[in-house]
Design a protein around this ligand. Structure first.
Ligand code: PLP
Length: 368
């Protein structure tokens, strides 16, 4: 028997969530973001789950090449663009659409002859201050790209810092859109602004946020960037992490559990040991009280998460035994809720799923 821990990927949910993104941003083309191994789901599963997308977006050129090898013929967007002049040939050879966010990348394109025409995304820094040209430098960068033979379409792009909040007091979506419109005024080309947060807020921002292309990531994996819950947005979980109880301890008042003896039993209680730890990608910083389901009953994590195991309170779970099913996140327990208890976000939990965890595919509602 293999260790009872496994992650189940729900391809049907990926397809459903993509359809949700489409209905939130009607008329826009969708780049399904499959960076970070499709947010931990596996690149190849990303390709299958998002077979209806208009394009796939990711970071590394070698994974972009892999998508072509797997048979993806539609557009591929490199979200950070190229890292070296020698990558220009790859863009032309495989028809990759490259983000251009700095003058160094413009020069790489100017210095290398393109064997085939390519499309690019020109990124504007509208306040995130990570990648992109400032609004005042944007038109000049655009003009330089247009002068390069072999560059066909230039899509105008920016990225939101606080996409789950319309009115963040430091930098709102509205303010970023305002800066974008200023910097892009009069320039031809399609527009691409929204990540999941922007897509989910699209209805509220209506006209101001017109996108020709949107770039949802987390919502396609059944998580949210913040704000309302995934269920409220009618998104379905795409990754279920499940395991079993592999040991049980009966504690008396004052007995401590695990490393650091950080938890002590307030009275007699039953503790279950679960085959899942931080080396599997479960967050070590998950606190006492982080939700877990055992045999479908909601209970909580107690004590410190260790490398291969964690401990849960079995007091509320009648008939719990070695072999009882444990749901860590996913179908029946929102990943965002677990993440919040660990002081992180669903994105990080998905991406951190460790290579040693068995991954399989299955429908929602099936026993893991
Ligand atoms: C990761 C990323 C996205 C997707 O963001 P989500 O919050 O997961 O929707 C969109 N655009 C760019 C440039 C990104 O890097």
């Amino acid at each position: 028997m293999p260790r009872p821990l496994s992650a189940t990927i729900h391809l049907e949910s990926m397809k459903h969530n993509l359809a949700r993104a489409r209905s939130c941003a009607p008329g826009a083309n969708i780049w399904a973001v499959v960076k970070a191994n499709a947010y931990g789901h596996g690149l190849e599963r990303g390709l299958r789950g998002f077979a209806d997308a208009d394009g796939l977006a990711l970071i590394e050129t070698e994974n972009a090449v892999r998508l072509r090898e797997l048979g993806w013929t539609r557009p591929i967007l490199l979200l950070e663009g190229i890292f070296d002049g020698s990558d220009v040939a790859l863009l032309a050879e495989h028809g990759f659409n490259s983000t251009v966010h700095c003058i160094e990348q413009v020069k790489m394109l100017e210095y290398t002859r393109l064997s085939h025409p390519i499309d690019v995304h020109l990124k504007m820094n509208t306040g995130m201050n990570r990648l992109g040209f400032r609004p005042g430098e944007y038109a000049a960068a655009h003009a330089r790209l247009r002068a390069i033979p072999g560059i066909r379409h230039i899509t105008l792009m920016t990225h939101f810092a606080n996409a789950d909040e319309l009115e963040n007091e430091r930098l709102s979506i509205r303010e970023q859109v305002r800066r974008f419109q200023l910097g892009a005024a009069g320039l031809p080309g399609e527009r691409s602004l929204s990540n999941s947060g922007g897509v989910l807020q699209q209805a509220l921002l209506s006209e101001a946020l017109s996108n020709d292309w949107v770039r949802p990531g987390i919502m396609l994996y059944g998580g949210t960037p913040g704000g309302p819950t995934a269920a409220e947005y009618k998104l379905r979980p795409t990754m279920t992490l499940a395991s079993e109880i592999i040991g049980i301890q009966q504690l008396q008042a004052g007995d401590a559990v695990g490393y650091g003896s950080s938890f002590a039993a307030p009275g007699p209680m039953t503790v279950g040991v679960v085959a899942c730890g931080y080396a599997d990608g479960y967050p070590r910083h998950a606190s006492h009280g982080t939700p877990v389901l055992v045999d479908g009953v909601r209970t909580t994590l107690i004590g410190r998460v260790s490398m291969d195991m964690m401990t849960v309170d079995l007091t509320p779970v009648a008939n719990a035994r070695v072999g009882s099913k444990v749901l860590l996140w996913g179908d029946g327990l929102p990943i965002d809720e677990v993440a919040a208890s660990a002081g992180t976000i669903g994105y990080e939990l998905m991406c951190a799923l460790a290579a040693r965890v068995r991954v399989r595919e299955g429908a929602l509602g099936q026993p893991a």
